[in-house]
Design a protein around this ligand. Structure first.
Ligand SMILES: CC(C)(COP(=O)(O)OP(=O)(O)OC[C@H]1O[C@@H](n2cnc3c(N)ncnc32)[C@H](O)[C@@H]1OP(=O)(O)O)[C@@H](O)C(=O)NCCC(=O)NCCS
Length: 187
């Protein structure tokens, strides 16, 4: 049922520093904004997202990324309330009846401000409504920020490493553990 899931509704989100962005479900016409966002990413952010340096997002690939059904494929974007420019994208894609692969990218100057965890929470809520109980992420082993985002999300998490790639499997169907208060993490 394309685009009908109420979890994909638009809303304002305030970053940790007070800056406001709009979070909404991705739309097919976002493909040009996706290519512009990709162009603004640092080489390192492109590499962490795609594992290789990808200088530009080809239009056919951008259109594919922007076209989802919010059931088996879903993506949320964070955008500027005035210009509409995209600052972040989080997505899932069902890979088995019960499991989905996830991927995120946050524009460099917006990293570390809470957008990744917010997009993750929205994806979890939508995925659960769509019968998905497991999220899988393949992350470069040096990507500590993404790995801690997933490990600290509060769901049972299994990991395995194969060369340069760590695979994390999250049981998002399980009850979420309470967040650890700041300063009480285990490093
Ligand atoms: C990795 C990435 C998506 C994280 O998004 P972000 O908005 O920068 O994430 P933040 O730094 O705000 O949040 C992650 C932090 O929140 C913490 N966190 C995790 N879940 C949380 C939650 N539910 N509530 C509060 N904090 C949470 C994590 O510990 C992490 O803290 P740390 O960086 O101090 O270790 C982003 O930095 C990015 O796009 N990087 C480049 C591309 C990339 O790596 N993509 C991932 C490939 S799948």
């Amino acid at each position: 049922m394309p685009g009908t899931n109420e979890e994909a509704a638009e809303g304002i989100f305030r970053l940790r520093d007070g800056h406001e962005v709009v979070i909404r479900g991705i739309r097919p016409d976002d493909w040009t904004r996706l290519t512009e966002l990709h162009r603004r990413l640092s080489a390192e952010t492109q590499r962490l997202r795609f594992f290789v340096r990808m200088a530009r997002l080809r239009p056919a690939f951008a259109k594919q990324l922007a076209t989802v059904d919010f059931v088996d494929r879903a993506a949320f974007v964070a955008c500027d309330p005035a210009s509409g420019d995209l600052h972040a994208v989080g997505r899932y894609e069902r890979v088995t009846p019960n499991a989905a692969a996830i991927a995120f990218v946050v524009e460099d100057r917006f990293q570390g401000r809470g957008l990744g965890p917010e997009l993750f929470d929205r994806l979890v809520a939508l995925a659960r409504r769509n019968g998905i109980g497991e999220f899988r992420a393949e992350v470069l082993v040096e990507n500590r920020r993404m790995i801690s985002l997933l490990k600290e999300a509060g769901y049972p998490c299994g990991t395995s490493v194969d060369g340069t790639v760590e695979t994390l499997v999250l049981d998002i169907g399980a009850e979420r553990a309470p967040a650890t208060p700041p300063g009480e993490g285990q490093g």
